[in-house]
Design a binder for this molecule. Structure first.
Ligand SMILES: NC(=O)c1ccc[n+]([C@@H]2O[C@H](COP(=O)([O-])OP(=O)(O)OC[C@H]3O[C@@H](n4cnc5c(N)ncnc54)[C@H](O)[C@@H]3O)[C@@H](O)[C@H]2O)c1
Length: 320
């Protein structure tokens, strides 16, 4: 059985759906602080908090767990600067609780939701896994700390892990039952869709004079179902090789903020408010993944690489 910690959230719920579809048994462990019971449509559910080791133990007693996928974390970069303790507690200290219980129960496979934020301001684009990791905010540092802890835990205790460094997760499952639902929302594609649907006062452009083709930041958007597929491939790889490793998950293509706005404008067929604002501190101009390693070693191929398709699935979910 696979334990999906944080499986009531955006990415975890999509991974859960695919795992069950491919014949795995799953149990979701989530405190529903950011996730939704409505997203737990497959597998078993345990309402629990990683802060509470007894609740984790109870879950490991009740279910026969072979591998853990760990999605639960706080993930607001700005908030992590204002309140780092909140991030180091939930993302680092409580992850240690999970790893402790894994050791107690002899569970040795761990798939970790890491992030391109561990690279900080990149020196080279596209960013390969061997690029130096120098995060510039507590959120990114909390994720890098876990990567480092995992390296030590592998050597000392034999816990084998895969760090999956996501770029910008986007889109929604095609059945329209699960999708991106963060509260508050800070991700670009849902915010542009909200602007088009007049659910906010317009979309803010943070910086228009970056050294990019149209002056706005460029990011690599990866469909959430492609992320899900990569998790299954990573798990199979981990079990068959018993080797820890790290992989980038992105499409290897960047789109500017203006390009994303244009795609939504075309889907919507109407104008909406675009508000030009100043740059935000610490926003790198361009973040694009090199996904060669994931393609070569995991034999992973993104199926929804086209940005229009990605945004259409998100649009369908938000307008459902
Ligand atoms: N969304 C992205 O673009 C993106 C990019 C890079 C990395 N990530 C990482 O991927 C992971 C999943 O992201 P998401 O967008 O699905 O987030 P999400 O907020 O939708 O899901 C996280 C889930 O974890 C649960 N959770 C949080 N703290 C918990 C705790 N102490 N105990 C039990 N459950 C807890 C929440 O209730 C939620 O269901 C996160 O670790 C995030 O840092 C996301």
């Amino acid at each position: 059985m696979i334990l999906i910690v944080g499986g009531a959230g955006y990415i975890g719920s999509h991974v859960n759906k695919l795992l069950v579809k491919e014949g795995h048994k799953t149990v979701i462990f989530d405190n529903l602080s950011q996730g939704y019971k409505e997203f737990v449509r497959w597998g078993e559910f345990v309402l629990g908090d990683l802060a509470n080791k007894e609740q984790i133990r109870h879950c490991f007693h009740k279910y026969s767990i072979n591998a853990v996928m760990h999605f639960s974390a706080f993930a607001y970069v700005g908030e992590s600067v204002i309140d780092p303790a909140k991030y180091y507690l939930n993302n680092v200290a409580y992850t240690l609780n999970l790893l402790e219980v894994m050791r107690e129960f002899g569970v040795n496979y761990f798939i970790f939701s890491s992030t391109c934020a561990t690279y900080g301001i990149p020196k080279e684009i596209p960013i390969a896994e061997k690029h130096f990791q120098k995060p510039i905010n507590p959120y990114g540092r909390s994720k890098l700390m876990i990567e480092e802890i995992l390296r030590d835990y592998d050597k000392a205790y034999g816990i084998k892990h895969i760090n999956l460094r996501y770029f910008n997760a986007a889109g929604a499952d095609l059945d329209g039952k699960i999708g991106e639902w963060h509260n508050p929302e800070t991700h670009l594609i849902p915010l542009v869709i909200y602007a088009a649907l007049h659910k906010n006062d317009g979309i803010r452009l943070f910086g228009t004079d970056y050294p990019t083709k149209d002056g706005t930041c460029m990011r690599d958007y990866i469909h959430v179902n492609d992320l899900a597929d990569a998790h299954i491939k990573a798990l199979n790889y981990l079990i068959s090789t018993n080797k820890s490793d790290s992989f980038n998950l992105g499409n290897g293509t960047g789109y500017s903020v203006r390009e994303i706005i244009e795609v939504v404008r075309k889907i919507n067929g109407k104008e909406f408010n675009v508000i030009e604002s100043g740059k935000r501190e610490g926003d790198p101009p361009i973040l694009i993944a090199s996904n060669n390693k994931s393609m070569d070693i995991l034999s992973w191929r993104p199926q929804y690489a086209d940005i229009k398709t990605i945004i259409e699935t998100a649009w369908r979910w938000h307008t459902r």
